[in-house]
Design a protein around this ligand. Structure first.
Ligand code: FES
Length: 315
């Protein structure tokens, strides 16, 4: 995929620990088009790439806007962006990709938890522009932690935005069960944010009979920690057996032996590294596969997922 060198034309703090970057072509040329819910790969240092949602309107042809949360346990990604990316710098990004697209629907509910607001801003813009029925439900720890509030306050869809703050009065907290009960199951639900928030929203929706096809999820947080047990991988085409240490990923161990699997997020989110599994017991640690795909046991994300005993990979 063609990479783009773009200039950071605006850098501003939009909440505690969240920086917004506006990227443009230095010569003012138009950028590749994107649809609501898209993300781009940001190349942070050689070999380190992270995905960030585009949070501006898809009708913007000359800029991409990102929101980057400084993760407390950042493995170099968000911390490097916060510390080193300055206004005027040129950075390398990939072209937009969409794994969280809007589906045709009579009505959409957009649930954002914390930094999960970023794709929802783009979706809200798109739904507003096409005159579709929607509501944006934004939950954050406090107003200080809620990014883009200034933008939301003056957005044309401001009246369709509900803000729920953890430190606010009890009566304004999100009553997910009540909301799920009141909405018709034909409404499409989009949710993005921390794992616990996603689970809370999805569980309530499922409990009230919403079909899986109407529940759309974008994961932001890294995959859960690995089991820490060592295991082995066998390359099906050559029979080569490689030990995977307790603290290393399959992709890193294979790379040491000259077997390279393309990676991008290295967090089990994007699916770039998906590899077929011929046999073996997989420990899925990604956020990419559905429960049904995991149950089939025939593929894994080797950037973060692991195995027990020996995994035979279709390589
Ligand atoms: Fe993104 Fe493995 S590199 S899922």
């Amino acid at each position: 995929m063609t990479l783009l060198d773009l200039q950071i034309t605006e850098r501003r703090m939009v909440a505690q620990g969240i920086v917004s970057l506006e990227l443009r072509d230095a010569q003012g040329r138009p950028l590749p088009a994107f649809t609501a819910g898209s993300h781009i790969d940001v190349h942070i240092t050689p070999g380190l790439t992270r995905q960030y949602s585009l949070c501006n309107a898809p009708t913007d042809t000359d800029r991409y806007v990102l929101g980057v949360l400084l993760e407390p346990n950042s493995r170099g990604g968000s911390a490097a962006i916060h510390e080193r990316f300055a206004q005027g710098d040129t950075i390398t990004v990939g072209q937009p990709r969409n794994l969280f697209a809007l589906a045709p629907a009579r009505r959409s509910l957009l649930f954002a938890g914390g930094i999960g607001i970023t794709p929802m801003l783009s979706m809200a813009e798109a739904l507003w522009q096409t005159r579709e029925d929607f509501e944006l439900v934004y939950c954050a720890r406090s107003a200080r932690h809620a990014a883009f509030l200034d933008q939301l306050a003056v957005a044309p869809y401001a009246k369709r935005t509900r803000l729920h703050l953890d430190d606010g009065p009890p009566e304004q907290r999100l009553q997910m069960d009540r909301l799920a009960q009141e909405e018709p199951a034909s409404t499409h639900l989009y949710v993005c944010g921390p794992k616990g928030f996603i689970e809370h929203v999805c569980q309530a929706a499922r409990a009230h009979g919403w079909p899986e096809a109407h529940i759309h999820v974008e994961h932001f947080s890294a995959a859960p920690a690995a089991s820490g047990q060592s295991f082995a991988v066998q390359i099906a085409s050559t029979g080569q057996r490689i030990e995977i240490g307790a603290q290393e990923s399959i992709t890193h161990a294979l790379e040491r032996h000259g077997v390279c699997i393309p990676v991008s997020c290295e967090q089990g989110i994007c699916g770039t590294c998906v590899t077929r599994v011929v046999s073996g017991d997989i420990e899925h640690l990604d956020s990419y596969f559905s429960a049904a795909e995991r149950a089939r046991g025939d593929q894994l994300t080797p950037c973060c997922s692991r195995g027990r005993g020996t995994l035979v990979l279709d390589l």
